[in-house]
Design a protein around this ligand. Structure first.
Ligand code: SF4
Ligand code: SF4
Length: 397
């Protein structure tokens, strides 16, 4: 869109120094800036103090069950795609104390943890990750309550949870979101088919598109909030011109064209109609029930509670920790677990994610980020499993 057209978001252009200054400005305003960092052979999220901390020149090459980094992106700072971390680890930490108890005067005193709410700025949030944050906002009750219904799923239905997660809400309220539009896709990405990317369309404060090549290295900056406008106002910038917008659009077209995988249309109804299917047994022969797919998924939210005591018996704690619907214990109810077979656990995960989620939260639970494909040790591919069900509509097992 031309920057002068009605409806165009306010936009400007900054250079590498401008990005460095943005990180410094966020830090000076009290944000802990988190962004992509190279660590232990992967690009993960962590504290970023300036552009020198970003993974300059690195590309991630991803496929089913495989991830490797390569040099080859020149001086690009955001040529990589998504890695094993998602932003949920900061908004909904893997381990949280729920309460602590001390034995005193013949009884117990129970206290809630009194931890300061961190003030995060997320740098480099991709469009699929903004979609994942929007989904978690509904799961954790920040949006309107969903209708509880047995009706067939429909995209865009009223969404939201009835029960507010106060910890998530507190952290979420403080977050500044600096999105980065993808100019490249991994072979595992399928955001286009989920309508969640590769370009961020809202839900951020600032969105950057890296414009690199022919001697330039700049960032188109789109502003979508008051905070974003304030931040841009602190930076040296020039107005965006039509050529800048066109360069950003070309980057989006490139990432769109590189989306090799796609989710089958109508997957919610497809899975709903195939609760009994021989494919569940076939996938169970490969699935290790390791739970990796749920740990890396930016929307999976299942947890369990763990109670601990010290050796004196005077101090006890209860913790909430991420759990996975692939663990045998997860479906334990009185008398034993109800999903004893791996086939039942895989079916439960994919059917909840792609079908029942619509009825619960008003959208798919999948954003097409591809993490579950890359980080599955045996390369099980959620798009391939859905396609196999569609293509083999044979008799029920
Ligand atoms: S199910 Fe897989 S592709 Fe979909 S959001 Fe989760 S990790 Fe990403
Ligand atoms: S689908 Fe892959 S990642 Fe998920 S539980 Fe099975 S083996 Fe693990």
């Amino acid at each position: 869109m031309d920057p002068n057209e009605p409806g165009a978001l306010p936009s400007a252009v900054i250079d590498r120094d401008g990005l460095d200054a943005l990180i410094a400005t966020l830090a000076a305003r009290g944000y802990q800036v988190l962004g992509p960092r190279l660590e232990a052979g992967a690009i993960v999220q962590g504290p970023v103090g300036g552009i020198d901390d970003l993974p300059e020149g690195w590309l991630d090459v991803q496929d089913g069950g495989s991830y490797r980094l390569e040099r080859g992106a020149g001086s690009a700072l955001f040529a990589h795609v998504v890695g094993p971390h998602s932003w949920k680890r900061w908004l909904y930490p893997p381990k949280q104390a729920l309460w602590r108890a001390e034995r005193r005067d013949g009884g117990f005193t129970v206290t809630a943890p009194d931890e300061a709410v961190p003030r995060y700025a997320f740098l480099g949030v991709r469009a699929c990750e903004l979609a994942a944050i929007a989904i978690q906002d509904r799961v954790f009750g920040l949006d309107a309550a969903p209708p509880v219904t047995d009706d067939p799923p429909t995209d865009g239905a009223a969404a939201g949870g009835t029960f507010l997660d106060p910890g998530y809400a507190a952290r979420r309220a403080e977050v500044a979101l600096i999105a980065v539009n993808c100019g490249r896709a991994a072979s595992t990405c399928f955001c286009v088919s989920m309508d969640t990317g590769p370009r961020a369309t809202g839900g951020y404060d600032l969105a950057l598109t890296e414009l690199i090549g022919d001697g330039r290295h700049e960032f188109l900056v789109e502003v979508a909030s008051e905070l974003g406008a304030e931040l841009l106002g602190t930076l040296a910038h020039r107005p965006a011109e039509t050529a800048d917008i066109k360069a950003a659009e070309a980057a989006t077209r490139r990432a769109t064209a590189q989306n090799r995988r796609a989710m089958v249309p109508g997957v919610a109804e497809l899975l709903e109609a195939n609760r009994e299917h021989r494919r569940w047994d076939e996938v169970a022969q490969r699935c290790l029930a390791c739970g990796n797919c749920t740990m890396v998924c930016p929307t999976c939210f299942c947890t369990t509670v763990e109670d601990t005591t010290d050796l004196t018996g005077r101090h006890a704690e209860r913790w909430r920790v991420w759990d996975s619907c692939y663990s045998l214990e997860f479906s334990y109810i009185h008398g034993g677990p109800v999903r004893t077979e791996t086939s039942a656990r895989y079916r439960h995960w994919i059917t909840h994610k792609l079908s029942a989620w619509h009825q619960q939260f008003g959208s798919s639970g999948c954003t097409g980020c591809g993490r579950c494909i890359t980080w599955c040790p045996v390369g099980i591919d959620i798009t391939e499993e859905a396609r196999a069900i569609r293509d083999s509509q044979g008799p029920a097992r």
